[in-house]
Design a protein around this ligand. Structure first.
Ligand SMILES: Cc1cc2nc3c(=O)[nH]c(=O)nc-3n(C[C@H](O)[C@H](O)[C@H](O)COP(=O)(O)OP(=O)(O)OC[C@H]3O[C@@H](n4cnc5c(N)ncnc54)[C@H](O)[C@@H]3O)c2cc1C
Length: 668
């Protein structure tokens, strides 16, 4: 077995609380490699402030001679690009969208968390850390969670300062509400369009730097590959989506902020253009990919109601503040919801988890919904959903209050389904939503390729095996505005005086040729099926095999099916249209081809991890419907390398917990 291609992250000192067992491989297609080290030393509570104090700086006059490539203009990418530009670095910023502000962050509805000392309900920094570690089922890195908590107050202040119009209470204080997995109210929001307002503010800050000349923005430009030279990330290859031109860009460092890969499931809450191409190509160039099987299924997505539906839509988790989830107590009950009396309703979350009720974390809520649906209690024409009912809160609070809190979400539901949620309960079902996995990063947000940084949902470090609602907008902002602008200059400091790699040099040329050959190959297959056919089929395989709940048998089947589907794709895909113009079929084909490779790693990771933790629920490792972790063997993050010959290596990154005692996650 050859060693991972990238040298960073050598086996190093690990936390004394580390697990000692390294489980063997369960499939011949991978082996087990040396541990990785995230580079956190000492007290996790002090690690971030110590790191900030010791980061190297670059003097203002030298900054304009250093180029940073930033891919993505969501909250993470626009924050990083705007700040690095403002600091004086030369920034080349890329997005596949036609404008920076169309990044997928605009879709976020519910809110953004901050431990901003609302002492009245008992919230504290420590409580934020505990909730997040526990919410992630002890599979997140403690020191990173501390950073998330510590910077959260600054994020809210900063977002306000750059124009985010947070909801306010009568007295002028910023308003908050609750999200799943917590018992305090720490979520700041802008009605049901928090992501949109934050993204508008961030994109405006980015545009200010574009106008100032420090950032060059390249829209409708898709990253297709990473350029690695001398063991460092030194550029990217892009395709101009309008002209089809493929070319290289080089810089002193590269930041990827390209979002999550939930759309691998085809039916997901993500935008149609969301993809994994940038992170997957970086992985193939040597960056370890962590925990690919950690996928969050959101319990309040709209159910799939037709084979021809192109995606599913999210109803914000904030609705669980006032909506009650229930199913008919009798399986197969076909009466209209209003005809089912109170005594014949099963408010199963309130019944099973009285302490948290409808605000259990997402993995728990999704698993319970799926269990009720499979037990025959599902509602709606396809019997694949559960009710989210506002009857009681409408009676208690009145329609104006509910409309003020959730008005746009109610309109969205009515537009999507033709039903009025003020009159009948919403119907909801678990849908693929957020990916906790992503490119593995150390405490500086740097991957195993020196010079390649990752921020936002594209990285893996904050959320463990299950993300708490409203913590992702926060992590994207913390990375973009507060971590990358310090960590990237620390990396750049010794590079002062060095020039960028030649765009026409051999390393860049090789990467351009690789990208071009792949496009040619896609166009040359000339088969019979459109890319979307393969995407839909892949989604079916993944929902069945690597969905809300998993078994060894189902995973082994999924592994074979994904491999067979990938072979079929390369034999039978049909990409209509040409290369040198806007061609969304070609774009999609490339993204589906990457999803087919990533999907295999997702299944492998799920098969490999012989425990249940958070959203990774293996039926063999459960008791009474609850996940059972194995902290001896699996208190680690799995970080994967794919070698040139296609074989894979799993490396472990041990996790230690000194701030929050290891405990069973109990929301009862
Ligand atoms: C419907 C929905 C609701 C949500 N609600 C909430 C919420 O209330 N609270 C919360 O905390 N989180 C929420 N989330 C999650 C949260 O919105 C995302 O995790 C977060 O916004 C991701 O931000 P990002 O900056 O990492 O990436 P994104 O906003 O996804 O941006 C990715 C960027 O990368 C670019 N890009 C991608 N690939 C390429 C490529 N190959 N080449 C060039 N450019 C590329 C895109 O153009 C885009 O600019 C929600 C998610 C969804 C789907």
């Amino acid at each position: 077995m050859s060693r991972p291609r990238s040298g960073a992250g050598a086996a190093g000192a690990v936390d004394p609380l580390t697990p000692t067992v390294r489980p063997d491989a369960v499939d011949p297609s991978y082996g087990v490699g040396p541990d990785l080290d995230a580079g956190v030393r000492g007290d996790p509570l002090a690690a971030w402030s110590a790191r900030k104090d010791s980061y190297r700086l670059v003097s203002p006059a030298n900054r304009r001679r250093l180029t940073v490539i930033v891919v993505g203009t969501g909250l993470a990418g626009s924050g990083a690009a705007a700040t690095l530009g403002r600091l004086g670095y030369r920034v080349e910023c890329f997005t596949l969208h036609d404008a920076a502000r169309r990044a997928h962050s605009v879709a976020a509805q519910g809110g953004i968390n901050a431990a901003r000392a609302r002492k009245v309900d008992g919230d504290t920094l420590r409580r934020f850390i505990t909730d997040t570690i526990k919410g992630g089922d002890f599979r997140a890195r403690e020191a990173d969670v501390v950073r998330l908590a510590a910077e959260s107050g600054r994020v809210i202040d900063h977002m306000q300062a750059i124009g985010a119009p947070f909801a306010r209470e009568y007295g002028g204080q910023l308003a908050t509400r609750s999200f799943g997995g917590v018992q305090v109210s720490r979520t700041y929001y802008t009605r049901g369009e928090t992501g949109q307002q934050l993204e508008v503010a961030c994109a405006a800050a980015l545009q200010e730097q574009v106008a100032a000349g420090s950032v060059r923005l390249h829209t409708r430009t898709e990253m297709l590959d990473l350029i690695v030279a001398d063991g460092r990330a030194q550029g990217i290859v892009t395709r101009d989506l309008l002209s089809g031109r493929i070319r290289a860009w080089t810089g002193h460092a590269v930041v990827l902020a390209t979002g999550g890969y939930g759309s691998v499931y085809h039916y997901s809450t993500l935008a149609m253009a969301s993809n994994a191409t940038a992170t997957w190509r970086a992985h193939l160039a040597g960056a370890a990919f962590a925990s690919p099987s950690y996928v969050q299924f959101h319990p309040t997505a709209l159910p799939v109601s037709s084979h021809w539906q192109s995606k599913t839509t999210l109803m914000s988790e904030s609705l669980r503040n006032d909506g009650r989830i229930w199913v008919p107590a009798r399986p197969g009950d076909e009466r209209a919801p209003g005809d089912i009396p109170e005594t014949e309703r099963d408010y199963y979350l309130e019944r099973r988890y009285p302490a948290f009720g409808n605000l259990t974390p997402r993995d728990v809520a999704s698993r319970n919904a799926r269990e009720r649906i499979e037990a025959g209690h599902g509602v709606g024409p396809l019997r694949n959903s559960v009710y989210l009912d506002f009857r009681d809160s409408l009676e208690r609070l009145g329609r104006p209050t509910i409309a003020a809190r959730y008005g746009n979400l109610f309109s969205m539901y009515r537009d999507a389904t033709g039903e009025d949620p003020y009159e009948v309960p919403m119907r909801i079902a678990p849908g693929a939503h957020f990916t906790m996995g992503g490119l593995w990063v150390d405490f500086n947000q740097m991957t195993t390729i020196p010079g390649l940084f990752v921020g936002g949902e594209a990285s893996n470090n904050y959320h463990g095996a299950n993300r708490l609602g409203a913590n992702s907008l926060l992590s994207a902002c913390v990375d973009g505005w507060f971590t990358l602008p310090l960590a990237v200059p620390d990396y750049l400091a010794p590079l002062v005086g060095s020039s960028c790699l030649e765009e026409s040099g051999p390393e860049a040329g090789l990467a351009v040729e690789r990208a071009r050959a792949r496009v040619d190959r896609l166009l040359a297959v000339g088969g019979t099926r459109r890319p979307v056919w393969f995407h839909r089929r892949l989604g079916e395989i993944l929902y069945a095999g690597v969905g809300v709940s998993r078994t060894e048998e189902g995973l082994r089947r999924a592994l074979e099916q994904v491999r067979a589907l990938r072979a079929e794709f390369w034999a039978d895909v049909r990409v209509v249209g040409g290369e040198h113009r806007l061609n969304q079929e070609l774009e999609r084909a490339g993204r589906v081809a990457d999803f087919l490779e990533l999907a295999e790693l997702m299944v492998l990771d799920a098969l490999d991890r012989r425990e249940s933790a958070g959203a990774h629920f293996r039926e063999e490792f459960s008791a009474g419907g609850e996940a059972r972790r194995d902290d001896v063997a699996w208190r680690t993050v799995s970080a994967w390398h794919t070698l040139d010959d296609g074989t894979r290596i799993r490396r472990s990154v041990p996790l230690g917990f000194s701030l929050v005692a290891l405990q069973e996650r109990d929301y009862r």
